[in-house]
Design a protein around this ligand. Structure first.
Ligand code: FMN
Length: 371
């Protein structure tokens, strides 16, 4: 059979013209989840890009919480929830990808439809509710991938969550951590998805301190060098922000991801879609998540590395996140609306902005707006 990987079609597309504007209308005629499943299939056939991070601009190389990244653009959690397309997404040009959220036991998530496009705002609302194959199957896949010789060696993060029906939230996270630890380069504790009842309550000062205390104690025992990160919601009061900053400065965690999707519904979202329950992502989230990023950078005095997530669609916005305090920048929704080439372009433009302003590397620009 023809191996599409060898043809490396996207190298030519990057040079002579992006086919995504022609593909998008067909994908957008489909139900969003069906379109996602088709895309995953197509990627599995080797029809996605195969960009190598070996060619990344030297200015983009960076080291955060002891891990080397060839560039700071990372795939956000939720696109490869079941650990099936690691190399394929890495081929988009990401410096790293975050897979999951994975839950300890398998669960279906919410009934369909559970993902909605808002074309005019280039945004999405989703309420998947952690559809997961469960950590055992997930880890089998990750282990098999690690054992492959021909695979990307860029870092992989694993995002862990809890089951909807659980009697012990903390135990769920400890189970997840214990099982994924041998195969992850960093682990993300997700206490901010809006679609699992009660999950965001774990962001409260005492519960978060208890949870992170137990998680880091287990990490110190089983994998002392493994960075543990926490992903927070954008919908936080000033008091909650201060609480999170205080807990994070105390706990031995390595970074914060700011932020998950929002429950807010800005006026740009048409009423009929705004009514759908779930988290909003894409450009309408850029402002609120960047303001929270800047606030947390100040509250943590620039001492805790921050990873930006929320509405980044181009190199300029990635650069803004870095200046506001991010050491790394994640992307999800922009891929749906702009296609895979958006990552290569984002990296090129980001390197240009860094040079324009006299920064030799990403790290030099982190938090520049606060100086
Ligand atoms: C369809 C969809 C599913 C998602 N699933 C997860 C998830 O399982 N775990 C998680 O931490 N975040 C999840 N997210 C949130 C993204 O990781 C990201 O934080 C958010 O979408 C904001 O970034 P963006 O505006 O670039 O999409 C999901 C987002 C979308 C759109």
């Amino acid at each position: 059979m023809l191996d599409f990987r060898k043809l490396d079609l996207w190298k030519w597309f990057a040079k002579y013209g992006d086919p995504y504007p022609f593909v998008r209308p067909f994908l957008f005629m489909m139900d969003p989840e069906d379109a996602h499943e088709l895309t995953m299939k197509v990627l599995g056939y080797g029809l996605g890009p195969q960009f190598s991070s070996d060619n990344d601009d030297a200015a983009l190389k960076t080291k955060v919480f002891g891990v080397d990244f060839s560039n700071p653009i990372i795939l956000a959690a939720g696109l490869d929830k079941q650990a099936t397309r690691m190399d394929e997404f890495m081929g988009f040009g990401f410096g790293s990808i975050e897979i999951g959220t994975v839950t300890p036991r398998p669960q279906d998530g919410n009934p369909r439809p559970r993902m909605f496009r808002i074309a005019q705002a280039k945004a999405l609302i989703n309420r998947f509710g952690f559809n997961s194959v469960g950590v055992d199957v997930f880890v089998e896949r990750l282990k098999a991938w690690r054992e492959k010789t021909e695979r990307t060696h860029n870092p992989i993060g694993v995002n862990i969550g809890k089951n909807k029906e659980t009697t012990d939230d903390v135990e769920d996270y400890l189970t997840g951590l214990e099982k994924v630890a041998p195969y992850a380069d960093f682990v993300v504790v997700n206490i901010s998805s809006p679609n699992t009842p009660g999950l965001r309550d774990l962001q409260g000062r005492e519960r978060m301190a208890t949870l992170l205390g137990k998680i880091t104690a287990l990490r110190d025992k089983i994998a002392p060098a493994l960075p543990v990160l926490v992903k927070v919601a954008p919908d936080l009061t000033e008091e909650q922000q201060a609480d999170i900053a205080a807990v994070v400065m105390e706990a031995k965690i390595q970074a914060l991801i700011v932020s998950n999707t929002t429950l807010a519904r800005p006026s740009t979202i048409p009423d009929e879609i705004a009514r759908e329950a779930g988290g909003l992502s894409g450009p309408p989230l850029f402002g609120p998540s960047t303001r929270l990023l800047a606030a947390l950078y100040k509250l943590t005095e620039g001492k805790v590395p921050l990873i930006a997530s929320g509405g980044v669609t181009n190199g300029q916005e990635a650069y803004k996140k870095i200046r506001a305090g991010a050491s790394l920048v994640q992307v999800y929704t922009a891929l749906v609306f702009e296609g895979p080439l958006v990552i290569q372009k984002m990296k090129r433009d980001l390197a240009r902005y860094l040079r324009r302003d006299g920064y030799a590397c990403v790290a030099d620009a982190v938090g520049a707006d606060h100086r």
